[in-house]
Design a protein around this ligand. Structure first.
Ligand code: NDP
Length: 274
C-alpha cells in the first residue's frame, strides 16, 4: 500500500526545487498532486517529468487536458500565493479535478536578504507577501473544507531561519518566524477537528535559491565552500531529503504530530561552534 494512496495534495511553488521534489515524492506514494506555481511553464514541465519518472503508471498520470481530467493524477495550475483569490482558484481547480484536498504544502518562498536600515519598503512587503501572507492564503483556502470533513494535514516549509539568525538576511527570518507562529496557532486552533498543521525547517538545501545566493557573492565558489565547511555532515541537503519528511507529515503515519516543526539540516542548528 502506498503511503499517500487516495490522498489529494496541493503543493505551492512546485515547479522546481523543494516543491518539485515534494510533488515527485507525493506522486510516487500514490497521491494526486496539484502543482500550484507562479510560472505555469515550469509547473507543466515538472508535471511531465513526474509522468515520465513514474514510467508504467504514466497512463494514469497526465497534466490536465479537456478529455483527460477524469484520469489525471497531476495537475498544474498557475498560482500566485500572494493573491488569496489566486490560491482559492487553485484549490477550486484541485477539488473540481480530484476531489477534496487532504494535504496542503505551503512551499513557495523567496529569499529577501537585506541590511535592515538600507532595506526598502518594497523589499519588506514582497518578503512578507510571499513568505508569510502566501502561507496564510493557502491555509485559509483549505481550512474550511478540512475542518468540515474533520481531516487534513497542512505542511508549511519554514526554514532554520525561523529560529536562528544570520546577520544581513533581514527580513526573511522575521517572516519565517511568523510561519512557525502561524503553524503553532492554527495547529492548536484546529486540533479538535483533526486538522494537523506542522512545519519543516530545512537548513541549506541545494536548489536554484541556494545557487542564486552563492552567485550573488563576490566569489561564488568560495561562498559555496564556506557553506559546506559550516555543515557537520560536510555537505548540504538535497530537496528529496525535505520531501521525505513532507511525505511522513502528510501521511497517516503522523496522526499525533501537530503544531510542531521538524528540522532537516544535518544537525547544523544544533552546532554551537567547531
Ligand atoms: P526555489 O526558488 O528553487 O523554488 C521556489 C518556487 O516557488 C519557484 O518555483 C518559484 O516560482 C515559486 N514561487 C515564488 N514566488 C511564488 C508565488 N508568489 N506564488 C507561487 N509560487 C511562487 O526555492 P526552494 O525550493 O529552495 O525553496 C522552497 C521553500 O523552502 C521556500 O519557502 C524557502 O524559503 C524554503 N527553504 C529553502 C532552503 C534552501 O536552502 N533551498 C532552506 C530553508 C528553507 P518562480 O520560479 O516562477 O519564481
Amino acid at each position: 500500500m502506498k503511503r499517500l494512496a487516495d490522498k489529494v495534495a496541493l503543493i505551492t511553488g512546485a515547479g522546481r526545487g523543494i516543491g518539485a521534489a515534494i510533488a515527485f515524492a507525493f506522486a510516487r506514494e500514490g497521491a494526486a498532486v496539484v502543482l500550484a506555481e507562479l510560472d505555469i511553464e515550469t509547473a507543466e514541465r515538472t508535471a511531465r517529468e513526474i509522468r515520465a519518472a513514474l514510467g508504467a503508471s504514466a497512463s494514469a498520470i497526465d497534466t490536465r487536458g479537456a478529455d483527460k481530467a477524469s484520469e489525471a493524477k497531476v495537475l498544474a495550475v498557475q498560482t500566485d500565493v500572494t493573491q488569496s483569490a489566486s490560491v482559492q482558484h487553485a484549490v477550486s481547480e484541485a477539488e473540481h479535478t480530484f476531489g477534496a484536498l487532504d494535504v496542503l504544502v505551503n512551499n513557495a518562498g523567496i529569499n529577501v536578504f537585506c541590511d535592515p536600515l538600507t532595506m526598502t519598503d518594497d523589499d519588506w512587503r514582497r518578503c512578507f507577501a510571499v513568505d508569510l501572507d502566501g502561507v496564510w492564503n493557502g491555509c485559509r483556502a483549505v481550512l474550511p473544507g478540512m475542518v468540515e470533513r474533520g481531516a487534513g494535514s497542512i505542511v508549511n516549509i519554514a526554514s532554520t531561519h525561523a529560529f536562528k539568525i544570520i546577520p544581513g538576511c533581514f527580513p526573511y527570518p522575521v517572516a519565517k518566524h511568523g510561519v512557525l507562529g502561524l503553524t503553532r496557532a492554527l495547529g492548536i486552533e484546529y486540533a479538535p477537528r483533526n486538522v494537523r498543521v506542522n512545519a519543516i525547517a530545512p537548513g541549506y538545501i541545494e536548489t536554484q535559491l541556494t545557487h542564486d545566493w552563492w552567485n550573488e557573492q563576490a566569489d561564488p565558489a568560495a561562498a559555496k565552500q564556506a557553506t559546506l565547511d559550516l555543515q557537520p555532515m560536510k555537505r548540504i541537503g538535497r530537496p528529496e531529503e525535505v520531501a521525505m519528511t513532507a511525505v511522513f507529515l502528510a501521511s497517516d503515519e503522523a496522526p499525533f504530530i501537530n503544531a510542531t516543526c521538524i528540522t532537516v539540516d544535518g544537525g547544523r542548528s544544533a552546532l554551537y561552534h567547531d
